[in-house]
Ligand binder design. Structure first.
Ligand SMILES: [Mg+2]
Length: 372
């Protein structure tokens, strides 16, 4: 079954936490004629760079991190690479590049194959939700569509970017289906599924843009899509001072616009929302960093790394967007050249090989005929 029919089936049966919104049937706008694959290289490398710059100080409070390390703008010495200051992966880039591996193996998204791939190798810095997914899928043997957890963590959003790659040549609504299905494998939650589809839409538009957009574009683009897809939900902020209860899209809409109006620094805004792995924290932080620094990839990634708590994941998500917008050439060369390119403990250079294969398979080669 193709992924569009599969999504419809799951929506009909109420097995995916997502509103059956008309957006899911819209055809994505085509890429411009002079479009260059360097944008996708930038998206994937930006994700890996953000993860690698952040994962050595993950979960520290920004003030403590700053006190201990100063402003981080390069890879820290890494004990998994004999103390060399090089970029290594954690769960964010591991799972993103394993997704790309699955797409290359099957020429398209096959959710069960992706679920299997997630359960085959050691995941560094694994989150609670992915651990619970593995218990269901691997230990209890439940099918992939029953193994996603109903939690609003950022662990699906962090790895979603590669699903757009098979769609570059002939964009269709299957792009949104792939985002929803790939996301729900681990996190089957309305906020997470809506964020995955809305962010894939945002990344797709970043690939198409000729120049950095107006600051408000980031919020507008995310919110118009997410509000349709999320439906009626009730999430609360963990900051008692905010006492918010309602859908994620509305929190983002109110709060990021308020931050723009008040001209808060990214640190001030992220401290207000908190900046952990909860999507009600991650999502406004990501968007506000893009609002303030979307025109400057180095500064955007540096703010995510330094000003947030779940910094590797937030920097990976921000990195994918600024990479898609500015392309590989727009990323600082030292961050690219000092990235080891691993997805496991010792597969140096693997992500660069995957990126090259993706270019040949999904962009340079004639598009394969669909069989379904
Ligand atoms: Mg991580």
């Amino acid at each position: 079954m193709d992924t569009t029919s599969l999504l419809n089936h799951l929506l009909d049966q109420g097995k995916i936490a997502l509103e059956p919104a008309s957006f899911l049937y819209q055809v994505p706008s085509p890429l411009p004629e002079d479009w260059d694959f360097g944008r996708v290289e930038g998206m994937l490398l930006g994700l890996a760079i953000g993860d690698a710059l952040g994962n050595t100080t993950e979960s520290l409070l920004p003030a403590y991190r700053k006190h201990t390390y100063g402003e981080i703008r390069d890879y820290l010495p890494n004990r998994y690479a004999n103390g060399r200051p090089v970029g290594l992966p954690s769960d964010d880039s591991q799972m993103a590049f394993w997704t790309l591996e699955q797409l290359l193996e099957d020429n398209r998204l096959v959710p069960d194959h992706l679920a299997r791939k997630f359960s085959q190798q050691q995941i560094f810095g694994i989150g609670n939700t992915v651990r619970a997914f593995l218990r269901s899928y691997k230990d209890q043997g439940l099918p992939w569509e029953q193994s996603g957890q109903p939690t609003a963590g950022n662990g699906a959003l962090m790895r979603i970017a590669p699903v757009l790659i098979p769609h570059l040549r002939r964009p269709s609504p299957a792009l949104w289906a792939d985002a929803a299905l790939a996301g729900m494998i681990t996190h089957n939650d309305r906020a997470s599924n809506a964020c995955c589809v809305a962010y894939i839409h945002l990344l797709w538009e970043c690939l198409r843009l000729k120049q950095a957009p107006e600051p408000s574009w980031w919020v507008d683009t995310f919110v118009t899509t997410a509000r349709e897809l999320e439906g009626n939900t009730s999430y609360t902020s963990r900051n008692p001072a905010l006492s918010y209860e309602g859908p994620l899209w509305q929190f983002v809409d109110q709060e990021v616009r308020l931050a723009i109006k008040q001209n808060w620094s990214t640190l001030e805004a992220c401290e207000r929302w908190y900046s952990g792995a909860y999507l009600l924290e991650t999502m406004p932080c990501v968007l506000y960093i893009l609002v303030r620094h979307g025109d400057n990839p180095e500064e955007a990634i540096a703010r995510a790394v330094n000003d947030t708590k779940d910094n590797d994941t937030i920097a990976a998500i921000v990195g994918a967007a600024v990479g898609a917008l500015h392309g590989r050439a727009g990323l600082p060369a030292r961050w690219v050249s000092n990235l080891l390119g691993r997805t496991t403990a010792d597969d140096d250079w693997h992500i660069f090989e995957l990126i090259e294969s993706a270019k040949q398979t999904f962009w340079q080669a004639d598009p394969p005929l669909t069989s379904d």
